[in-house]
Ligand binder design. Structure first.
Ligand SMILES: NC(=O)C1=CN([C@@H]2O[C@H](COP(=O)(O)OP(=O)(O)OC[C@H]3O[C@@H](n4cnc5c(N)ncnc54)[C@H](OP(=O)(O)O)[C@@H]3O)[C@@H](O)[C@H]2O)C=CC1
Ligand SMILES: CC(=O)N[C@@H](CCC(=O)OP(=O)(O)O)C(=O)O
Length: 345
């Protein structure tokens, strides 16, 4: 059995890790931490977990987290994660970090969009945790930076087009809509029920922090530095992200070539489902799962391709992908614990 600890287990992604791992046949969760809930039973804080998690929250320290663990998930806000990860690694555990602190190869990019990086030396060994692109490196890593939710949905949609050079990568536009749980469990006016319910708005237009993360990965695939347009929106639903990605096809590229690119890259993937022709996916069809469902169409009037992807922000966009990465890092089947079907409606 693999022993894992979860730092920040009282947040939404922490809960989602506990939900998934409660059914994982090869994992025992030994330790969960939260500063505000130290000493309280998980089942008292989250009644949904009664009968599934007998643990008591402990304080968030490296010593507590590593006492009985082979791997630690850090489900903490940015900055707090890089404050503790070096200590965790020095105590001999592997780490999957769900924050943005270890997603960037170049600390200058992180510092331009977030804040000073306090553990920049670790970035050269960190692996970006998107299994479809970095499976082998993830399996060898001791520190994985789990991707952001929007980047996961956009990169999976665009990767075959950029990798196969089917589009002009400088024309990529990504337009994404997220459920409110993407903002975490903390209280803020922006996610207050009355501010969100029955409405729909764009936010952080042309300045969202996921932009450089998407650009880092698309640039690596394209072999040139890219800048893309990315607009996130908040929609009044609890879970889910739907991203629509547009790009100009290179002259002469056919629908058959596009089809072959998606099938070649994703045909054997366990958590990537290509929709039948003409069917575009809904966030409802991936809820609570690690699936990314994708559909695309060429618009011959404009020579643009339109790709639509859906994920659950808390599962494929965070904790499900984190568990998949853990499986790879610990030599387990990557789908272990992640195979349940979505719920509907
Ligand atoms: N929600 C989502 O869809 C996604 C989230 N993420 C990222 O995952 C991470 C966790 O997100 P999420 O679960 O939504 O966040 P939440 O706000 O729901 O939970 C954050 C957790 O971290 C703890 N915490 C907060 N501040 C600190 C601190 N300074 N030091 C130590 N612990 C702290 C909190 O507990 P306590 O205060 O009691 O210690 C809580 O358990 C974030 O980095 C987020 O950006 C990534 C992808 C998707
Ligand atoms: C709806 C909503 O607020 N979403 C969050 C998504 C952030 C996230 O989950 O990822 P990081 O770990 O990269 O912060 C946002 O836009 O900031």
């Amino acid at each position: 059995m693999v022993r894992v600890a979860i730092a920040g287990a009282s947040g939404y992604t922490g809960f989602e890790l506990l939900r998934i791992l409660s059914r994982h046949p090869q994992v025992t969760v030994t330790t969960v931490t939260s500063r505000a809930h130290t000493g309280q039973a998980v089942a008292d804080v989250y009644p949904a977990l009664r009968g599934h998690c007998p643990l008591i929250f402990q304080n968030t320290t490296a010593e507590v987290l590593t006492a009985e663990a082979d791997l630690v998930f850090t489900a903490l806000p940015h900055q707090a994660a890089m404050g503790i990860v070096p200590d965790l690694l020095s105590r001999g555990v592997k780490v999957v970090d769900l924050s943005a602190d270890f997603r960037f190869r170049d600390p200058r990019v992180y510092e331009a969009w977030y804040q000073e990086h306090t553990a920049p030396d670790l970035l050269s060994e960190t692996v970006y945790g998107l299994p479809e692109l970095y499976r082998d490196a993830i399996a060898r890593a001791r520190l994985v930076g789990n991707p952001g939710c929007y980047p996961t949905s956009i990169l999976l949609a665009a990767a075959p087009l950029v990798k196969r050079r089917l589009v002009d990568p400088r024309t990529i536009i990504a337009d994404s809509k997220s459920g409110v749980s993407g903002a975490g469990r903390g209280l803020s006016l922006a996610t207050h029920f009355c501010e969100v319910h029955d409405g729909f708005k764009a936010y952080k237009v042309a300045e969202h922090r996921h932009t450089p993360e998407i650009e880092q990965e698309l640039s690596a695939l394209a072999g040139e530095q890219l800048h893309i347009s990315f607009t996130p929106h908040l929609v009044p639903m609890t879970r889910g992200i739907l991203s629509t990605v547009y790009a100009q096809l290179r002259p002469g590229v056919t629908g058959e070539e596009v089809d072959a690119a998606y099938r070649d890259l994703y045909g054997t993937e366990r958590f990537l489902r290509l929709c039948p022709p003409g069917r575009f996916p809904s966030t409802l069809q991936v809820r609570g799962t690690n699936y990314c469902d994708l559909a695309w169409k060429v618009d011959p009037r404009t020579d643009r391709i339109v790709v639509v992807s859906v994920i659950d922000n808390l599962t494929r966009g965070a904790s499900g992908q984190a568990v998949c990465n853990m499986n790879l890092m610990m030599g387990l089947d990557e789908a272990c614990g992640l195979e349940a079907a979505p719920w509907m409606p």
